[in-house]
Design a protein around this ligand. Structure first.
Ligand SMILES: [Zn+2]
Ligand SMILES: [Zn+2]
Length: 404
């Protein structure tokens, strides 16, 4: 028997597909309300796209990519995340030269060759949005409000964590100060942090090692070293979130560590799946378009992992809906199929292809969660009528087929 690959799941059980499609429906409709439109990009891209955007020093690119040489000798890779492809498409379609604002949302599978564990798959799904062309911090606030709307509509509780990553004015100076600090405690930090000091010093701040964390409590904080523009934007962001009743916590250890990230960084965490699990994350990446050879374009976005959210979703009560059709006589089967087909123009309708007795049809209709069970037997066939039972209100009647 052939099985799916390790870390790659089918979504077909009722509990899963219903949650999955409900999530997509809610998230897409919220994004559309905010004026974002759908974008689809290929699953397969040139490996260099991710090397340049996600960064060669990251674990994603260093260890986790599904990378191979295709039959045309191209070095290609299954996308490990969604932003790079959207930015590539944005530049390729010359939208960076067109100017204006461009807002996209996407969803689909992402691939990372990681050790599979609960809540972490090799093929997983993300929903994300990207906004290009707006420098205003109010767009960052809008992103945050969009995530909050999606989570609220899904009945998912969260805490929002905020930080500012500075910009080209204030970050380099801060980084130098941080490196000096790391050097002062270098003999006590973990091996990962020693490596990060060389490749990506900011990332030491989110080291999961407790000893490291204790040491970094005394590290200089970027929030205390922001330049005027970054500080003013961060204050505006807090103010507008306050005005819209969105609670947040400041987390100075919330970092991204790639040069194209700047200013706003945010993460939504849930306390209901493991300890402090991130369920959505995003922020501003004003220099990524330029990093990928586009014209400098401010941008901000977020992504959320769908599998992580699945078990947290509160599903709405499902009412009976639609029609179930059945024949009690072989002669009536054709008419049943035709009538079902007509009903499908306006409603959900299913039918049974074999003639069965009434009890069997009622059972099927119940199983299909249909509101109406509609039956044609020999009597109805003769009189041009159909028997209809409303399974919700427990009422039944026989009506003329032409009036049905
Ligand atoms: Zn460490
Ligand atoms: Zn700054």
């Amino acid at each position: 028997m052939i099985k799916s690959l390790r870390g790659m799941n089918d979504i077909l059980e009722e509990n899963e597909y219903k949650r999955f499609t409900y999530f997509l429906k809610v998230a897409s409709s919220v994004a559309e309300k905010y004026g974002f439109h759908y974008i689809e990009t290929p699953l397969l891209e040139e490996t260099s796209l991710f090397k340049r955007s996600v960064g060669e020093s990251s674990d994603i690119v260093g260890k986790e990519m599904y990378q191979f040489i295709d039959k045309g000798e191209n070095d290609v890779c299954l996308r490990p995340e969604g932003t790079a492809g959207v930015v590539r498409a944005f530049i390729q379609k010359k939208l960076d030269r067109a100017g204006g604002t461009h807002r996209f949302f996407y969803y689909g599978p992402m691939f990372r060759y990681e050790r599979p564990q609960k809540g972490r798959l090799r093929e997983f799904h993300q929903f994300g949005v990207e906004s290009f062309g707006l420098e205003s911090v109010y767009e960052d606030a809008t992103m945050i409000m969009m995530v909050a709307d999606i989570l609220n509509e899904l009945g998912i509780g969260y805490r929002l964590q905020l930080n500012s990553l500075g910009d080209q004015n204030c970050m380099p100076q801060y980084r130098d100060n941080l490196v000096s600090f790391i050097e002062s405690v270098e003999d006590k930090i973990c091996e990962d942090c020693k490596r990060r000091k060389e490749t990506n010093p900011i990332r030491v701040l989110d080291c999961k090692n407790e000893h490291c964390q204790a040491l970094y409590e005394n590290a200089p904080k970027l929030l205390n070293a922001l330049c005027e523009s970054c500080e003013s934007d961060f204050n505006k962001l807090k103010k507008i979130l306050d005005a819209n009743n969105i609670a947040y916590e400041i987390d100075t250890n919330l970092v991204r560590g790639l040069d194209y990230y700047s200013k706003t960084a945010f993460e939504f965490v849930s306390d209901n799946i493991g300890s402090q699990s991130a369920i959505a994350g995003g922020g501003r990446y004003d220099r990524l378009v330029e990093f990928l050879d586009g014209r400098p374009t401010p941008a901000v976005g977020f992504a959320m992992g769908i599998e992580r959210l699945m078990e947290l979703i509160e599903m709405p009560n499902e009412n009976r809906n639609g029609y179930y059709f059945g024949a009690m006589d072989d002669e009536a089967v054709n008419l049943i199929i035709t009538t079902t087909q007509k009903k499908r123009k306006s409603d959900k309708a299913t039918c049974e292809y074999r003639a069965r007795n009434l009890k069997a049809h009622l059972k099927n209709a119940d199983k299909a969660n249909a509101r109406y069970c509609c039956i044609i037997g020999s009597n109805e066939l003769e009189n041009g009528t159909i028997w209809v039972k409303d399974l919700e209100e427990k009422r039944e009647e026989t009506v003329k087929l032409e009036d049905f």
